[in-house]
Design a protein around this ligand. Structure first.
Ligand code: NDP
Ligand code: PYC
Length: 333
C-alpha cells in the first residue's frame, strides 16, 4: 500500500488530468471529487476513477476543455449545458443560481445536460446541505442492470442521494446506486481477483454468479428486487426524458462499445427550509433531530456515519492506495 496525504492525492489527480489535456478548471473540479472519494473511503469513486477518466478521454468521449453554460430555464429551474465535459464543473457552475432560485421559490431544480458522469452524488449533496438546503439528486448511467423479473440490462446503476442539514452536526446524507452495488465496486473486485456476493449480478446466461467478470459481462441486479427496479425506472424518467437527456440505454448506444463513462444528464432538487418554514425552521429542525436520535438510540447507524469517521481518519493520517493502482496511475504521468 502507498500512503498519501490528501494534498498528494489532489496533486496526482490534477497532474494526470492536466497532462492529458484537461483545462485547469475541469481538472480541479474532477480531481476534487476524487480527493473526497478517497478521503471518505469511497474507493469505487476515488482516484481509481482517474483510469476511467483517461480511458474515456482516449475513446474521444469527453471534451477536456468543456465550458459549461448556465441558463435560467424557468423561475424554478436552472439548466447547465456541460458542453460534453465531466459533470463536476457543470454542477459548480449552476450552484449559485440554484441557491438563489431555491431561496425565492422554496424549491428549485438544477438540470445538467450533456455531461459525462462518474462521480459519487454525496459530494454535490453536501455542497447543498452546507448552504442550509435539503437536497435530492439522481441520474441514469449505462444500461448494465436487469429489471426485477428480467435477465438482461435495461437500467443504469442509477444513484439517488438525499441530504438534510443539521445544526452543528454533519448532515444526514444517503447516497446509493439502485443496483445492489455500484458497478465501480464490482470492477474493484475484478481488479483484486475477488469473488462478489451472490445477488450482485447474473452471468451472460442469466445465471446467479459470484464472478465479477461474469456479472460485468452479464447483468447487474437491482437492490430490493421490484422496489429498486421501480426506483431505477423513475430515475431513468425524471433524469432522462423529463430533462431532455439520454436514458441509460441511449447512453450505452452513444458509447458504441468504447467502454467510456456514461453520457447523460443529472437532476438535482433543492428545498430551502427558510421558505417552507419561515421563522419556525429551528423548531421543526429540532423535531427532526428526534428522528435521528431514535435511529441511533437503537444502536443503528445513520447513513454517512462511516464516511464521516473515515474522513476524520484521512484528514489526520492520509489515505492508503493499493500498490497496483498507484503504479497504474503513475504510468499515466
Ligand atoms: P453503498 O451500498 O456502499 O452505500 C450506500 C449508502 O448506504 C451510503 O450512504 C452508506 O453510508 C449507507 N449505508 C451503508 N451501510 C449502511 C448501514 N449499515 N446503515 C446505514 N447506512 C448504511 O453504495 P453503492 O455501492 O450503492 O454506491 C456507492 C456510490 O456510488 C454512491 O456514492 C453513488 O453515488 C455512486 N454511484 C454513482 C453513479 C453515477 O452514475 N455517477 C452510479 C452508481 C453509483 P456510508 O457511506 O456511511 O457507509
Ligand atoms: O459505479 O455504477 C457505478 C458508476 C457508474 C457511473 C459512475 N459510477
Amino acid at each position: 500500500m502507498a500512503r498519501l496525504t490528501l494534498a498528494e492525492v489532489r496533486d496526482i489527480a490534477e497532474r494526470v488530468l492536466l497532462k492529458h489535456g484537461f483545462s485547469d478548471l475541469q481538472a480541479k473540479a474532477v480531481a476534487e471529487t476524487m480527493v473526497c472519494g478517497e478521503r471518505d473511503e469511497c474507493r469505487s469513486h476515488g482516484i481509481y476513477r482517474l483510469l476511467v477518466c483517461i480511458a474515456t478521454l482516449s475513446a474521444g468521449k469527453v471534451n477536456p476543455t468543456a465550458v459549461p453554460v448556465v441558463y435560467s430555464q424557468a423561475p424554478g429551474i436552472v439548466r447547465v449545458d456541460a458542453d460534453g465535459g465531466f459533470s463536476q464543473l457543470a454542477f459548480q457552475s449552476g450552484l449559485e443560481a440554484l441557491k438563489q432560485k431555491a431561496a425565492s421559490n422554496g424549491i428549485a431544480a438544477l438540470v445538467i445536460n450533456n455531461c459525462i458522469h462518474f462521480s459519487a452524488l454525496w459530494v454535490e449533496i453536501e455542497a447543498l446541505t452546507d448552504m442550509g438546503l435539503v437536497a435530492l439528486a439522481c441520474n441514469p448511467s449505462h444500461a448494465w442492470v436487469a429489471p426485477a423479473g428480467g435477465r438482461g440490462p435495461v437500467f443504469g446503476t442509477n444513484p439517488i442521494a438525499f441530504g438534510w442539514p443539521r445544526k452543528d452536526k454533519d448532515p444526514f446524507v444517503f447516497d446509493f446506486a439502485t443496483s445492489a452495488v455500484a458497478r465501480g465496486e464490482i470492477e474493484l473486485h475484478r481488479r483484486a481477483g475477488k469473488p462478489i456476493p451472490l445477488g450482485w449480478g447474473v452471468s451472460p446466461e442469466g445465471e446467479p454468479t459470484t464472478s465479477a467478470q461474469h456479472a460485468l459481462d452479464g447483468a447487474m441486479l437491482t437492490f430490493g428486487g421490484h422496489k429498486g427496479s421501480a426506483l431505477a425506472a423513475m430515475i431513468e424518467l425524471i433524469a432522462g426524458p423529463l430533462i431532455g437527456d439520454l436514458t441509460s440505454a441511449e447512453s450505452l448506444a452513444h458509447d458504441d462499445g468504447a467502454g467510456a463513462s456514461p453520457y447523460h444528464g443529472e437532476l438535482i432538487i433543492a428545498f430551502d427550509p427558510k421558505r417552507f418554514l419561515g421563522d419556525q425552521v429551528d423548531y421543526h429542525f429540532e423535531r427532526a433531530e428526534r428522528l435521528f436520535a431514535d435511529i441511533e438510540g437503537q444502536g443503528a447507524r445513520l447513513p454517512s456515519a462511516r464516511r464521516y469517521e473515515a474522513r476524520a481518519r484521512s484528514l489526520l493520517n492520509g489515505v492508503e492506495v493499493s500498490d497496483d493502482l498507484y503504479a497504474d496511475i503513475q504510468a499515466l504521468i
